[in-house]
Design a protein around this ligand. Sequence first.
Ligand code: UDX
Length: 844
Amino acid sequence: EDEDLPKGLRQLKLPPDKTSNSNKILQFQRNRTTRIKLDRKSLNFTPSCEFTGREAVSAVTRAQSQVCKQRIVNVTCLNQQGLLYPERIQSLCPHSPGFIDKPVSLGCFKDDKTLRILSGYYHVFKGNNSPERCAFLCLQSGYLYAGTEYSVECFCGMEKPSQLKRLPDSSCNMKCSGNPKYSCGGYLTINVFWTGIQKFKAQEARNTSIDGENEKPVRIAYLLTVNGRASRQVKRLINILYHPSHLFYIHVDARQDYLYREMLEVEKSCKTNNIKVARGENLRHASIWGGASLLTTLLKSAQQMLAHHHHWDFLVNLSESDFPIKNNVQLTQFLSLNKGMNFVKSHGREVQRFITKQGLDKTFVECETRMWRIGDRKLPDGIQIDGGSDWVALSRDFVEYVANPNPDTLVTDLLKVFKYTLLPAESFFHTVLRNSKFCNTYIDNNLHVTNWKRKLGCKCQYKAVVDWCGCSPNDFKLEDFSRIRNTIDRNLFFARKFESIIDQRIIDRVEEWLYSENLNKTINAKGYDAYWQSLYHAADLSPLTDDAQLTVSNSLARLIFHKLNVNYKDVRLLETTAYFKQNQFVGILILAEVTLQQQTVQQKRIESLVYPRHNFSTSREWLGKIQSLCVNTDYDQKEKTFRNLIGSIGPYSYPVLSYEFDIGITTPQNLSILWVDPYGRLAEVNYIQLEEMTLTGYVKPQFNEHLVVGTWHLFLVADSLLVAKMNFLVTPLAYWKNKKIDPEKAKEVNNASVDSYHITEEINKKWSHLLNSVNFYERTTHMTDNEIKINSNLDQWIDKLVQKHYEIDKICNVNDTELKLQKCINTYWSSLSPDTKADINNLC
Ligand code: UDX
């Protein structure tokens, strides 16, 4: 379960196109034998070939821009003409021709003091000179950690040799096969790598090998590919990994303005010049999940890292959600003992099964930040395909080889294949390793523990960016700590995934465990049990902020100054931040400033802590039976939580209800959920059946595409009794694509009057009694009133609604002497107060 196995679960059924041609595609999906044709009229270019492939036609039809359509067409045509991929690639691995790899789990052994090998590979050579030649290679030791004594046994014949040859370093296999003294003739070759198992023994040996023989500890180059807004977590990661002898190269997804600015600050604060951020169009990529661009990112970054004056021996790639589970000394020692080796994790399945699951036998084209599946392909002959996880630790020599700007034929040809491959970083390095002269340095261990929970993580959650159903590992939580602690004797140095907004306690726990000598300092550091994550920053251009979030944040900024009775001209929202304390979400922080009306130059800047109100009540009989009931957007099925921390819902949002009932509840229990719009009209009814095992879950109502703005109501009915009710806001929008909305657009967006919902008369009748007994505020207003509000008083209208759904609790003062408020820097909840774990100022 902890292995980083292939992500590709199954093919995503291609969606029908909504704009044109939809019938044809639907029809085709129903009847696979029907041929469909490309609608040439939708193209402003002439396709270079005739093509009818279902997947390619679907991709061209779904793509929006002509550039992307043309790219899909060109690649499809090249593939059809057999010009896209090399037919055959020559492997450069000395063992290579025609060998079959079979993972084995037994067979490498010594007495129980010195050797335990967990897995190895059994290579069967089918040479010209029969009988069969076999080689047995144990590449991974579960106790390599203590691996200072490498011994090699190379012998011929079926019997074990009496004498053991010891070789001083880990490249024994190469020496064995290269050096005539140890070379293996005959038809059976066994090379066993093993290591001293007892830690103290290893320690002694390590000292001899490092100090005694003047071996320098290796230097590590970390390649951090980061995305999202968890800048404080990335800083914490850098803090814990930092050592002056290591290099940190940070690639921020090209679309993430905020994280990029934050990382530039990290780079600036480090005078020693060993933290470097990728800059410019050539070096920054929109590295979408599973995209070909992720491989480009890794290779281009590797080239920059090789060119950096800071010399390094190993490249280790990590993301924003990785965290170490051994300390820096342990990792450095381990890699020092394994200099020249390459650590990658293989799938451990039958190769063909891996290829199919991973979609390696399909051509994918990346454009419009999406991986389009365009059809089948034949993988080149002559090489061994391998893959698994894209988290790796590669030796400098291998990186120089694989990322060389003028690569040899093997790499050039493999790059042609992997340019059109889904999740290329999960197979490219493995495949190059296996087929190059580095094949003997392959170690089937990527030093990572991955928290796979496939039932949760394989929900096809990336279908918005790839034509495939992928999986993602889950975040570790505190209760998983024993799993991490149990890796103590294994050569595992990192774990993924961690997210402070999901569980910060596990990150704290791991850090306390790794650096127990600093325990007091760590846990007493300022801001230790708090976490802040940015939701919005005024300098962000990309990605676009959700307009509902922007509307609510701006409204809150106005309401805060209003509460302070400050006479202002203009309120500017600077930042919106989610604030967590003791691992609980507390509320939203709004950082804003005003220019005072009297003095045009003077500005007041404040930060305020705001709580979303939970307008929720239950009947007396049901008190305590409902743990939570929440309507919000961006429900993450994997972590079973909403990602929209401010909870803003706009007219174009897709609200979801999540529920959690108490285990004491009588089951089975049938519940009806009534969604009622601000005018008291029944918009949707959902039914859930609570069973003993399904007390938590979520419901996605099917609404019209455009929601009516105002306060919505949700009723929970059990046995025709109203047991709980709550309301939520669908906010009118004051922004459209992040710009102030113009009156015309505002009218269209905020004044939707839905003629009818898809509720039958019968159902309406069934619930009318209940609905008539409730007083709906908006029922008393007329649609035309809204028009007035939209035209002249949009902000006031929004503020009035927002006030009902959010509570402004505390305010601190950033830069003002007149306001009698606590200074934010001394206010524990403020995003401006100290946060030592994410403070990189004294790092280097
Ligand atoms: C899983 C696997 O664990 C991983 O090996 C594989 O690369 C993708 O699938 P998952 O958690 O789903 O991981 O992906 P995530 O860690 O979110 O993203 C993988 C990498 O791509 C990270 O470095 C992330 O920063 C980067 N990424 C992701 C981007 O740069 N931009 C994006 O839009 C998404």
